[in-house]
Design a protein around this ligand. Structure first.
Ligand code: ZN
Length: 408
């Protein structure tokens, strides 16, 4: 795998390494055969900060085809995302007076979870989705979907066979795009002065404050701040109109953008968020080295607990992209006897790299000789109540934000 030599947003070569993470296979490649899972290559993961535009990014160029053609992630499996999208859609319709003959375009539309809200209200919708399974599910749900990457061909297809979209949404996709500048330049081609671009993406300043480092993965190439998005927009004749923080995925942000020739007003939220980022120091290397220090501290505490506790099997709760990166960073991937999760797409499969099998959460073994670690620690509260419902009894290690060992 090769590395980029220039920033994905501004092309500056002034990239500074802020964290060299442990090698890991692509996090979502859970396999049907154990031997295929253990044969997957491990890739480096180096987080850098662009000294010019402040975009945080990993320098590795990941193999998109390998990651997305068999991508197992579906929006409907993420806790609460459907409801959040329903609320977002209602707000967008009223804030921008969207009407039923307007075209709504969703780039990286996954299984149609976002667009179905518009479709149910009678809007014209078009999704663009490269993953085979997700686009098939979307079509089965009746969501008009182009099975493709968003590229110059899909832009031509839109310009030839559709009208210009009034709303373009990019939900949890922009971070995965290799060349964000070229990508948004293509988006610009299908916008007019009335078009609204709505981007929802993970917001690392909030995620990193709660030690959620495991959002860093080969699927997320860029980690945006409002400052870096604004820098990017300025270079493309786009303007950030409004921003709002949302709680999903440990911290996300919705950014509303128009062409800078649009008459729409910029809201005070933009300068407020920029001020907050400046208080947090998100364009300083110290912000990232402090995260690395806190995570490394938790890793050694978890290692000490594993050393001092008496157990025969270590079971992990959670089987997802982030649990793969978590287990490799914490050095426990090879120590896990089994993974337990309710995601039907993962049960019966084997984790990338370690080859650990995934079982239903209800099958999690109880007892004195078992130790359970919550790999999906972002959902600890929900998972603990699920374990109690299942009458699970035993020791549970919660590794982050700071390690805690519970007896439940
Ligand atoms: Zn840059």
């Amino acid at each position: 795998m090769s590395n980029i030599s220039a920033c994905r947003a501004c092309s500056s070569s002034n990239l500074r390494v802020v964290w060299d993470l442990e090698k890991s296979p692509y996090g979502d490649l859970f396999q049907q055969d154990k031997s295929k899972a253990t044969a997957l290559p491990y890739h480096e993961m180096t987080l850098t900060l662009c000294c010019n535009c402040s975009l945080v990014q990993i320098v590795q160029e990941t193999d998109l085809e390998e990651q997305y053609d068999q991508y197992l992630y579906n929006s409907t499996t993420t806790n609460g995302l459907g409801k959040f999208y329903t609320q977002t859609v209602s707000r967008l319709i009223s804030d921008f007076s969207l009407e039923k003959d307007d075209l709504i375009l969703d780039i990286g539309s996954n299984d149609g979870t976002f667009l179905i809200n518009f479709k149910n209200k009678g809007f014209q919708v078009l999704g663009i989705e490269p993953a085979e399974m997700s686009s098939r599910i979307a079509k089965e749900r009746g969501v008009n979907t182009l099975h493709s990457y968003f590229d110059s061909n899909s832009v031509t297809e839109i310009l030839t066979n559709h009208k210009l979209p009034k709303l373009i949404s990019i939900n949890y996709t922009l971070a995965n795009v290799p060349d964000v500048h070229a990508f948004l330049k293509l988006v610009y081609e299908i916008m007019d002065d009335n078009s609204i671009l709505s981007i929802i993406t993970g917001y690392h300043p909030d995620q990193f404050l709660v030690n959620m480092f495991d959002y860093i993965g080969h699927d997320h190439l860029s980690y945006f701040t409002i400052e870096s998005i604004e820098f990017l927009c300025n270079s493309l004749n786009l303007r950030v109109l409004d921003v709002s923080r949302v709680e999903h995925k440990g911290g996300s942000v919705q950014i509303l953008i128009s062409k800078n020739t649009s008459m729409r007003e910029v809201q005070p939220s933009v300068s407020q968020m920029l001020q907050r980022e400046s208080w947090l120091g998100t364009r300083s290397e110290d912000f990232y080295s402090a995260l690395r220090f806190r995570v490394e501290n938790s890793i050694s505490q978890v290692a000490q607990i594993l050393e001092s506790e008496d157990f025969n099997t270590l079971n992990g709760v959670g089987a997802s992209i982030s649990t793969t990166y978590f287990s490799n960073q914490f050095g426990i991937a090879q120590k896990l006897s089994g993974l337990y999760d309710d995601d039907r797409n993962k049960i019966g499969r084997f984790a990338p790299g370690s080859g650990t099998e995934v079982f239903p959460l209800g099958a999690l073994p109880s007892g004195e000789k078992c130790l359970t670690i919550i790999l999906a620690w972002q959902h600890t509260e929900k998972l603990l109540s699920r374990l109690r419902e299942n009458r699970f009894a035993g020791r549970v290690l919660i590794p982050l934000p700071t390690p805690v060992l519970l007896e439940i």
